[in-house]
Design a protein around this ligand. Structure first.
Ligand code: M6R
Length: 611
């Protein structure tokens, strides 16, 4: 939930810190800081606010340090303030941390008894004090870290500098992500590879419990027995350009425009010469698929919404009973499992703590697991028995768009794959359905992003200028997309929006409809159109301001007005994705009108690595 960066080498470190931190801001952005080691001295500069605020502060203290760590924070323990900002120094130890130290209270009491004085409300300062206690005793950074790890519970990724360890950056992780990297001019660490792409593409995902020591000339790893070895570097084909805005006003907008390509990438290499789904390239053998009798999809937020669509498709196409669980609830009330259960964990970041905990629970009770993950090499991708990457590319905006889109695309492909394996549909029918995604959808998405469409979204979004409550309604799959539409609208524009199954509104919630209440109605399933439209009339006659997002053949002529978005796509799946673009764009334009910080909405972070 916070971003960490570190560097040691022959180049100046500060600009690398600020560059990397500005990429990592999506992980948290309420305070920021750096620790710079220069001439053997470690100086920390930190403040509440964003990277720009830190840069202002840094103007007063220029630095030529070649060894540094930095941090951008999403507050958990202790509100956003200068003194709660990282790095935290205790004695000779300077620490940046991502995660939560669960036993910080007990440790703090013990450390206070030993005479330690604390100056912040953070759990991180407690960890720094514990590390320092051991460092003072053994004067050996690796031993001190190992001893502290034995006492710490919770999740953490640490970047550490010690007085007396000149040019050395230490790192360790347990439950929170951390990547090491090798550049031409030194060694790096970061929470996420995107922060390091401007410097290098050689990386190593640090393993649980492994301690790393970086010096200007080498990286060393220490395992449980403190045996030393060198990392095996991997090469990423992500580029720094992929993590730039490319002239778009916001990352979110850029990422919406990338969705057509993202769908193509998600499908590439997964369609065989007969136009049928094929996951052979993902290293999943045929026997694995055949054993599956029921499926549990586990995820959070938008990934869970994608899971809901996936479950519907798997049941419709392959008749495999499939349920969806909120990851943070899953292991506290685990569902009944049996022979042939498969747990699918869906996650864009691959690091979401709740999803990871659910995955680990499933593995601990012997259920086979499959990850559907975007970020390559991340914890969920590595720990799941099998992983299908969505290949959406780096997603920077906190509100997911292309991440969700590719999750649905992969789940659609998976549903058709199960249909093929179980022979619940003919190959011709499967091919036809897949063509809707592969051939028609990229064009349908592009058609939803023309200038004319953009003007319509802008016009429609005006209604949210001075409205704080809204509803999304839909039936069938449209209800499931409504949930995502409502989340998108509320998380970036702060308009309180709830999604309702159209037919359910009249059972109580319709009392909230007043004159002018915005209600966005989705309708992409012709068989449900008549009933869906009846429900729209119910809210319209109570004064609602209705915005229709309707498939052309679900719309009667007289229903179309300036607040109607007509979807021209032909296949069900292309209509679904067209509607998805509309809901994402309406949220975007509403947030623009309301002057919100679109890529970094308040109180949120991109990767939620705490439970
Ligand atoms: O990285 P993940 O897909 O595991 O993230 C899950 C949710 O935290 C994420 O989808 C969240 O709901 C987004 N802010 C929605 O835009």
């Amino acid at each position: 939930m916070c971003g960490i960066i570190g560097y040691t080498g022959e180049s100046e470190a500060l600009s690398k810190m600020t560059k990397g931190l500005s990429v990592l801001e999506y992980r948290g952005y309420d305070s920021v800081g750096v620790a710079l080691q220069e001439d053997g001295e470690i100086k920390t500069v930190k403040c509440r606010g964003r990277i720009g605020d830190l840069e202002e502060k840094l103007k007063q203290s220029p630095s030529h340090a070649r060894c540094a760590i930095g941090h951008t924070r999403w507050a958990t323990h202790g509100g956003p303030s200068d003194r709660n900002a990282h790095p935290h120094r205790v004695g000779s130890t300077v620490l940046v941390h991502n995660g939560i130290i669960e036993n910080h209270k007990q440790l703090k009491e013990r450390l206070i008894d030993l005479g330690v004085e604390f100056s912040s409300e953070t759990d991180t300062e407690v960890a720094a004090a514990l590390l320092d206690l051991h460092y003072q005793t053994c004067n050996d950074p690796v031993k001190a870290i190992r001893r502290a790890m034995e006492e710490l519970t919770g999740s953490y990724a640490f970047g550490i500098l010690f007085d007396g360890a000149k040019g050395e950056v230490y790192a360790v992780r347990s439950g929170s992500p951390l990547i090491l990297a090798k550049g031409k001019d030194g060694y790096y660490l970061a929470s996420d590879m995107t922060a390091l792409l401007p410097f290098t593409n050689l990386y190593y995902p640090l393993k649980e419990g492994e301690i790393a020591r970086l010096t200007p000339t080498e990286a060393k790893l220490f395992d449980d027995e403190s045996k030393e070895h060198a990392p095996t570097w991997e090469q990423t084909d992500m580029t720094a350009e992929a993590a730039q805005k490319d002239g778009f006003a916001h990352f979110m907008l850029k990422e919406i425009f990338e969705e057509a390509k993202a769908v193509e990438n998600a499908l590439a290499s997964r369609v065989d010469e007969n136009g049928l789904p094929d996951f052979a390239q993902d290293g999943i053998d045929a026997a694995f698929w055949k054993r599956i009798r029921n499926i549990q999809i586990v995820a959070c937020g938008s990934a869970m919404h994608a899971g809901l669509i996936g479950a519907r498709l798997i049941e419709d196409y392959a008749a495999i009973p499939t349920s969806v669980y909120i990851a943070s609830e899953y292991r506290y009330h685990p569902p009944v499992t049996g022979e042939g259960t498969l747990v699918i964990v869906v996650s864009q970041s691959g690091e979401t703590a709740d999803s990871l905990a659910a995955l680990r629970y499933a593995k601990s009770v012997g259920i086979p697991t499959l990850g559907i993950v975007n970020a390559v090499g991340t914890t969920i991708a590595r720990e799941a028995d099998y992983c299908i990457y969505t290949y959406a590319g780096p997603e920077i905006a906190v509100a997911t768009t292309k991440g969700y889109c590719t999750q649905v695309a992969v789940l659609y492909l998976l549903a058709l794959h199960f249909a093929k394996i179980r022979q619940t549909m003919s190959p011709t029918r499967i091919k036809g359905l897949l063509d809707g995604l592969r051939v028609e959808t990229p064009y349908a998405i592009a058609e939803m992003l023309t200038q004319e469409r953009m003007q319509a979204y802008r016009r429609i979004a005006q209604v949210f200028q001075d409205r704080d409550h809204a509803f999304y309604i839909g039936r069938g799959r449209d209800y499931l997309l409504s949930m995502e539409g409502a989340l998108k609208l509320k998380e970036i524009s702060y308009v309180h929006t709830e999604a309702y199954a159209s037919g359910e509104l009249k059972h109580g919630t319709i009392s909230l409809i007043e004159d002018g209440t915005p209600v966005i109605a989705l309708c992409t399933e012709p068989s449900l159109a008549e009933k869906a439209e009846n429900n729209v009339h119910e809210v319209e006659s109570r004064g609602a301001h209705v915005i229709r997002i309707y498939r052309a053949d679900c719309l009667k002529k007289h229903e179309a007005d300036t607040d109607t978005i007509v979807l021209n796509a032909k296949s069900d799946i292309a209509c679904f994705f067209s509607a998805m673009i509309a809901v994402q764009m309406i949220a975007y334009e509403a947030a623009v009108r309301r002057g919100c910080d679109i890529d970094r909405p308040r109180n949120l972070a991109k990767s939620v690595t705490v439970e």
